[in-house]
Design a protein around this ligand. Sequence first.
Ligand SMILES: [Zn+2]
Length: 377
Amino acid sequence: MIPLTSVLSHKGRGSRNPNLDDTLGLEVKELLNSSLENPAMWQLYGQDHILKQLRPSLEQGRLAHAYLLVGPPHIGKMSLAIHLAQSVNCLEGSVAPCGACGQCERIVRGQHADVRITTVFQPEDSRVTRTVIGIGDVKEALHQANLKPYEGSCSVLIFDGVESMSEEAANALLKTLEEPPPQVLILLLTANEEALLSTIRSRCRRLDLRPVPKQQLAERLVAEHNAEPELAERLARLSRGCPGWAISALADPQILEERDDQLAQVQEVAQANLEGRFAFASDLAARFGRDRESSRQTLFLWLRWWRDLLLVKEGAEEYVNNQEQLSQLRLQAANLTGPQVVSFIRALVETLEALDDNANPRLALEVLMLSLPAPVS
Ligand SMILES: [Zn+2]
């Protein structure tokens, strides 16, 4: 479904230079490939406000030691991180990385010795199942921070999925953030900053990535990725402004199919008896243990479906996200009252919060299932 899943890579461990191809998802590779074709500019989707925010520091060559890149999955955090790594090492010395010099190219190809990615995400075919960035991973990366840059002018440490860091690892990272070595740029990427230690948050400058406007994203999918206009519109809408998701779904039709399957399940569970509902809770709780982020995304999909039900009830169908399922939404909405829908949306939000606070997943999800309005007989 989602090209990056929450499994920590062992592949890059122990080397100074983990292979980008192994750690990055398709979407990032696609974005980076397009930056190889169009060098000398920022190949970022819809993040002009961040470039504006960073421009003075980049011009003066005075970036902060650490930044926290915040935004939902697939919005372009890794892409921005790679661009920043290029920018501080680019031989052309301009604000935007040239994309063509030896430094820029080696960084994009994942061959640069001073740019290190530590990630909790790994492509789905990986057999490794770990869900946290551990102390060993952080120590290895920080060891590099204490060495002089090997081939560039600045070492860049990128930690992706930093909300999934063990406490021990987070504390080790915190020490480095408190006394950062010179010539090191630390970039922390998160989709869920609430789960971070507040002390880590406060030591970083924050960069908020924003969803790309639907029209703009659809136009770029057509112009740069040869998408059919109708499909481009659908992907831009369903991606909710996250270009990485739209680009992946364009390249891999299975992503849309699996999304449709998950929506069918949302409806099935609503019609299931308590046993069926608890079976769903149990499956999702088990998945949560293996892959926290993908389970959260499933719950967000539920949230969007129930938001759509509310919109249908309120007569605001033009704002429905799942336009393709409008007839099913109407059918289900007809059997629910407005307060029932609102109350279940509230329960979903509370469940997500409880899971972020490390509640027992099975228990939290069973409680959620008990809040689901009774099936229509
Ligand atoms: Zn360059």
